[in-house]
Design a protein around this ligand. Structure first.
Ligand SMILES: Cc1ncc(COP(=O)(O)O)c(C=O)c1O
Length: 421
């Protein structure tokens, strides 16, 4: 029912006009748990993971789900149970990966500013590979490796100077960004790394950005890694794998987005040409469409002149993407109504003008207490929630097999002040 290759079909559909998650009406969940809240479809996460895995079946590959997209334990556990490995971006994400049941050899550690403490933690645990970001970081890893009498498995994160043509805040492949090692320095740094006794150079890595919908930049980045791997071989350095990062975009507006098959078609020719195993680090494409943020209308405000605001009980503290990246999310009334249509800005309750979830949206005029769903909120949603204005973080609910389970309870004010003197 939920196939990745039909991007408009997710686990969220209407039953007699009411939005439901895998058959469970959202008003039922909202009544039990309160709003605002995130609702996830386990079936969607599973089918999207499996679609990527199946699309790459013809080539040796490992999927390391990017925890940064959403690392709520139940979601990480679900992905582990499906066979995924993990990509962690901080010491905290490594800890969460372990608590979700991933073993250290199932974890790759990426991150543009790893501290010595994080490197020591990762090396002591024996994570599968550290994706190293700079010459200096390689020296630090080498020193820790030698002190421990071990060779640390590293891949070099390459900055291929490729424009992902996504939003500038999530495009990471240009040499003007802070990420990775410049293309023309990789060869000399690799030769140096290969001579270090605390390092074992096992791979090349690149991640040129997120929410990539024209896959050409991903193909070009993969080709750049293949070329580099051959140059390294000419230098007597043989590696095991190419880590092609994440980045596959999803449809936020309902228009078609690349499918898992398109993704494989973009990367597999280069992968085959390389003769090396590949690692993929998808995040958004697995969990993005698998959740909605459910919120209640707290006010409908009409300005003289006709401008309308629908004020929700969710805003930038629950979902930052619209404010951070000017990102578009579809916003729909949970229960269809025959009230006359209005055009309104959908805003949150925070004391910031930027606290706007959507502008000029058209829907039936809502009443206070009505529910709205912000679609495709599963990636970079709950993980970016904050306590600004002393708001407590929303609960998260997973629907599986026709039942809903709270996988993260609502934060309380006691939780919030617990760290304070
Ligand atoms: C190194 C790395 N890998 C993987 C990802 C996941 O990307 P996405 O969620 O676009 O698949 C990111 C996110 O930006 C990243 O920085």
């Amino acid at each position: 029912m939920y196939t990745f290759d039909s991007p408009n079909v997710t686990g969220f559909h209407r039953i007699d006009g009411t939005l439901a998650c895998d058959g469970v009406p959202l008003p039922e969940i909202a009544a039990a748990v309160g709003t605002p809240l995130y609702v996830y479809s386990a079936a969607t996460i599973a089918s999207r993971y499996q679609a990527v895995d199946a699309a790459f079946a013809a080539h040796p590959h490992a999927i390391h789900y990017a925890l940064k997209a959403n690392s709520t334990l139940a979601i990480a556990r679900l992905l582990r149970s499906l066979g995924s490995n993990a990509d962690a971006n901080s010491g905290g994400e490594i800890e969460v990966a372990l608590r979700a049941g991933f073993t250290p050899p199932q974890i790759v550690f990426t991150g543009v500013g790893k501290t010595i403490a994080e490197l020591e933690q990762a090396i002591a645990l024996g994570v599968s590979t550290i994706n190293a970001e700079s010459d200096g970081e390689l020296d630090r890893i080498d020193a820790i490796g030698r002190a421990r009498g071990t060779r640390v498995r590293v891949a070099l994160r390459v900055n291929p100077d490729i424009d992902a043509r996504s939003h500038q805040h999530i495009s990471t492949g240009l040499k003007t960004t802070k990420f990775g090692i410049a293309l023309d320095e990789v060869r000399s740094i690799a030769r140096k790394a290969a001579a270090h006794h605390g390092l074992e150079l096992v791979g090349l890595h690149s991640h040129v950005g997120s929410q990539i919908t024209d896959l050409t930049p991903l193909t070009r980045a993969a080709e750049a890694l293949v070329t580099l791997s051959r140059e390294l071989r000419d230098d007597g350095i043989t590696i095991e794998h190419l880590d092609l990062g994440g980045g596959l975009g999803i449809s936020y507006d309902g228009t078609p987005a690349p499918t898992a098959s398109d993704y494989a078609a973009a990367l597999l020719p280069a992968a085959k040409h390389s003769g090396l195993a590949i690692i993929l680090e998808p995040g958004r494409s697995i969990v993005g469409p698998a959740a909605v943020l459910v919120s209640s209308v707290v006010d409908v405000k009409e300005r003289p002149g006709g401008m309308l605001f629908v004020i929700l009980d969710a805003g930038m503290t629950e979902l930052m993407r619209p404010m951070l990246y000017n990102a578009f999310h579809r916003i729909e009334p949970v229960v269809a109504s025959s009230a006359p249509e209005i055009v309104a800005d959908v805003v949150g309750p925070l004391c910031e003008t930027s606290d706007t979830l959507g502008r000029d949206r058209r829907f039936a005029r809502p009443r206070v207490g009505d529910l709205f769903a912000v679609l495709d909120a599963g990636a970079y949603g709950a993980v970016m929630a904050s306590n600004y204005n002393r708001r407590t973080m929303p609960p998260e609910v997973m629907v599986e097999g026709g039942r809903h389970t709270v996988i993260r309870r609502r934060q309380t004010i006691d939780d919030l002040v617990a760290l304070e003197a």
